[in-house]
Ligand binder design. Structure first.
Ligand code: ZN
Length: 322
């Protein structure tokens, strides 16, 4: 057996306009743009990565910018919410900050003892700020150049919610990936790749009558779980094949190496290696400030730079007084 998957690596969603995406995730949520690159399968479009100071696995949200695409439909076979960890007591700050930015908010709910504030980004992507007492102390990898004071800042992803038609097949796959069932509350099943820590959670909502989801703007494309090395990734690939599921070959994504497969409920899963990370092609201090392209696209860089609309980082990016 390969060792247990320690948790989330990243979530990738479809956004519309790339500049609005930067304005929201950097300017409003206070994440760091850790990589500005292109979609390797469609190099005329941006692939934007946000995260903490280093873009640690578990903190990363990525977006394919499909400016001309229609909104998708949320439903079965998708990640239908992405949770972000914030310190306990931070939600009043966030309510005010998000409201000022024109975001409409739901009411704060309590779920498994945590406070949850749900909202959508400008493209309709469902997000949740979820509190955790220990997050207050976790400041080592925060990006200090962001607009959100450290005591309120997003630490990383808390977990994802999957919506599927049947419990058993998805549960079986999660168990095979090393998750355990750690809670059940109001129809929500909670699985963890650890012991319930931040960035280890997969919640499952079983909703047989929900419509089938369709991909488009505002919809999660896939969720990636992390693994420490190329060797452990190959172990996982072998095990997934042994379970009779089809799985992609290992793909070189420059910043990690990935395999992809659909869990039986229809959600696209990826397993991504922790190394090499985002400093493989630019220094830590200046992550996200230049267009990075894979070596095989370097000869087309000039053309790509002409095709892609330049992006502005929100300015001034300085902390407001708490
Ligand atoms: Zn991915």
């Amino acid at each position: 057996m390969s060792e247990q998957l320690p948790g989330l690596h990243h979530m990738t969603a479809i956004c519309g306009d790339a500049q609005r995406n930067v304005d929201f995730y950097v300017g409003v949520l206070g994440l760091r743009l850790v990589k500005k690159t292109v979609n390797f399968d469609d190099p005329g479009t941006y692939h934007l990565y946000y995260g903490d100071w280093q873009g640690n696995p578990g903190s990363i949200l990525t977006f394919f910018a499909w400016a001309q695409a229609q909104r998708g439909r949320r439903g079965l076979g998708q990640v239908t919410a992405t949770g972000l960890t914030v310190p306990e007591g931070a939600l009043d700050y966030w309510k005010e900050r998000l409201t000022k930015s024109g975001v409409s908010l739901g009411t704060v709910e309590t779920r498994f003892g945590q406070s949850v504030l749900a909202f959508e980004d400008h493209d309709g992507l469902p997000l949740e700020l979820i509190t955790r007492p220990e997050a207050a102390m976790e400041t080592a990898d925060l990006w200090v150049g962001g607009p959100v004071p450290a005591q309120y800042a997003i630490r990383r992803m808390e977990g994802v919610t999957l919506t599927v038609a049947q419990r058993e097949p998805t549960e079986k796959t999660l168990f095979a990936l090393g998750f355990t069932l750690i809670g059940e509350e109001e129809g929500r099943l909670r699985y963890s790749a650890g012991q319930g820590e931040s960035s280890t959670l997969a919640d499952v909502l079983v909703s047989p009558d929900a419509p089938r989801g369709s991909l488009g703007v505002g919809i999660v494309h896939h969720v990636a779980w992390r693994t420490p090395s190329d060797e452990t990734e190959l172990d996982w690939r072998r095990q997934i094949l042994e379970q009779g599921r089809s799985v992609s070959p290992v793909m070189d994504r420059d910043y990690f190496h990935s395999i992809y497969f659909h869990e039986p409920g229809g959600v696209l899963f990826e397993i991504a290696t922790n190394p090499p990370g985002f400093t493989t092609d630019e220094p830590l201090e200046s992550l996200g400030t230049r267009l990075c392209v894979p070596a095989w696209l370097e000869e087309r860089r000039a053309l790509l730079e002409q095709t892609l609309t330049p992006l502005r980082l929100p300015a001034p990016v300085v902390a407001e007084a708490p």
